[in-house]
Design a protein around this ligand. Structure first.
Ligand SMILES: C[S@@+](CC[C@H](N)C(=O)[O-])C[C@H]1O[C@@H](n2cnc3c(N)ncnc32)[C@H](O)[C@@H]1O
Ligand code: SF4
Length: 504
């Protein structure tokens, strides 16, 4: 069965919430068949809207890998670090099942369990499928998903569909073996280590075959691609076109993380990471062809919580051993909480749609889009203090509506770092302001005087007047105010807004 692929340019409603490039906007979700909408409605990775409300967890049961990527080193771990491949402890399937049930009972909005490493789940098929089999029997209310490099996917596709795993992510960085040879030094295939272009050719063949087999079996497939400037960045447009044609549901183009201290080939050879603007431009170029995921936080292989947060420390093995879990009772509570969250999510979506329909048709002079940064702790509302934010979501408002375009991670929240300098002499505040330099507004619940001034000096208008309001509504409202004032003008009346905010 080939799944419908959304092209948000086509589904966008005039003046509405287009979330262009993301398959989860109100308009895009409405065009999905009910069966698929139900599958993604509470999946934080497959739906941008769901990621504000629903949490996910990964269990690290798969240590080995059957290929080497030049950007991956699973040996380097730091408990404060959130990046793929990193874990604090590898679990046995029995430990993983125990942990999942403990987390699901404690965090009822946790809807999805994924296996994503720290190596490749399908290079550890016994451990992976044993975990899935036991979970589908003992915790049938949890959605199961798996991430793979695809080398062993054709051999596992049938088993995946038997285990009721209806979401799979395949990492596809290229469809050209010459490019692949610059990303993958070797693969382990049919009991041999194979190198160079031949290795890349086999990997690409298996990935494409695996993708086709999953689509035929009605599994929702997301494709991850790591953007490596100068190596596969231009080429990823071709990858996007091909995987879309084959029926992939979502494409997630992620920036390479290449720090020398991680000891990866790319880290050590000085491969540069893309800038936020380069990533957005590539995502936009690919979006012409398919749905793009822009809310990926490149999680650890043992992450727990909402995307962007990690509550793993609350669920270490020693703590879980001390927890008594009645999963039958937990399932009842989980169902109630998740129903409520879905109702909230739907009501927010309907509200936005109604606003669009009720808006009188006005002919506005053409105006440019505006980017706004938002501080949120989840729930789809503006509910975080500027100084506590570890990341900011970025939205673009234009006359077509509001769309989510990405997120900016900060090294340290302002309140933890204050005006202290890093090795490069930049203060925490300067670094945050630099990350947000293309935004013109910052929406948060509160902001102190020092960051207020720094933001304003950088041309970013801080705004605490929309605290506790739904994000997209607030972004839309601020944009309307800017239009009414004439967009070329600098926002006036900052002093009045400032008096409504409290110091950090
Ligand atoms: C750690 S992998 C685990 C699943 C599987 N082995 C795979 O590669 O798909 C999860 C995702 O993180 C990506 N990843 C790993 N290291 C990365 C890095 N340094 N920069 C960006 N993405 C990375 C992988 O490409 C993959 O899409
Ligand atoms: S396939 Fe996944 S786990 Fe294996 S080397 Fe690549 S990123 Fe790391």
């Amino acid at each position: 069965m080939k799944l419908p692929v959304l092209n948000d340019e086509k589904t966008e409603s005039a003046g509405g919430c287009s979330s262009s490039g993301c398959g989860s906007s109100a308009s895009a979700m409405d065009h999905l068949p009910d069966t698929i909408r139900d599958k993604v409605a509470n999946h934080p990775c497959f739906s941008e809207q769901a990621h504000h409300y629903f949490a996910r967890m990964h269990v690290a049961v798969a240590p080995a890998c059957n290929i080497q990527c030049n950007y991956c080193n699973r040996k380097y771990d730091c408990s404060n670090e959130s990046r793929p491949g990193v874990v604090s402890e590898v679990l046995s399937p029995a430990q993983a099942v125990k942990k999942v049930k403990a987390v699901a009972a404690a965090i009822p909005q946790m809807s999805v369990l994924g296996i994503a490493g720290p190596g490749d789940p399908l290079a550890n098929p016994q451990r992976t499928f044993e975990t899935f089999r036991r979970l589908s029997e003992e915790a049938p209310d949890i959605k199961l998903c798996v991430s793979t490099n695809g080398l062993n996917l054709p051999a596992c596709a049938e088993e995946i569909s038997k285990h009721n795993i209806d979401h799979v992510t395949i990492t596809i960085n290229c469809v050209d073996p010459e490019i692949g040879a610059r990303i993958y030094p070797w693969i382990f295939w049919e009991n041999r280590r194979i190198r160079g272009v031949e290795a890349a050719r086999i990997l690409i063949e298996q990935q494409q075959k695996g993708l086709e087999m999953l689509i035929e079996r009605g599994v929702l497939v997301k494709v991850n691609s790591v953007m490596i400037p100068g190596i596969n960045d231009e080429h990823l447009k071709e990858v996007s076109r091909i995987v879309k044609e084959k029926g992939a549901f979502l494409h997630n183009v992620m920036p390479i993380i290449a720090e020398a201290e991680h000891g990866t080939y790319f880290g050590l050879t000085g491969q540069r990471e893309p800038t936020a603007a380069e990533l957005e431009a590539l995502q936009d170029a690919c979006a012409g062809d398919m749905n793009m995921m822009r809310h990926c936080r490149q999680c650890r292989a043992d992450a727990v919580g909402l995307l962007g947060e990690d509550r793993g420390e609350e669920f270490t093995l020693d703590k879980i051993d001390a927890m008594e879990v009645d999963y039958e009772a937990a399932m009842v509570q989980r169902a109630e909480v998740q129903q409520q969250l879905l109702a909230q999510l739907n009501s927010q979506r309907n509200k936005l749609q109604n606003q669009v329909q009720e808006q009188p048709i006005r002919i506005l002079p053409p105006s440019r889009p505006v980017k706004m940064a938002v501080a949120t702790k989840g729930g789809g509302i503006i509910n975080q203090h500027f100084g506590h934010a570890t990341e900011f979501l970025v939205y673009e408002a234009s006359q077509k509506g509001v769309r989510f375009i990405g997120h900016r991670q900060v090294d340290k929240p302002y309140c933890e770092g204050g005006s202290s300098c890093g090795d490069d002499g930049e203060t925490v505040l300067q670094s945050i302001v630099r990350q947000l330099e293309d935004c013109e507004v910052l929406l948060c619940s509160k902001v102190g005087y020092e960051p207020w001034s720094a933001l304003e000096e950088a041309g970013i208008q801080p705004d605490g007047e929309h605290a506790m309001e739904p994000i997209e509504e607030a972004v839309q409202a601020v944009y309307q105010q800017m239009l009414a004032r004439g967009l070329a003008e600098k926002p006036a009346d900052q002093q009045q807004s400032l008096s409504q905010l409290q110091t950090a």
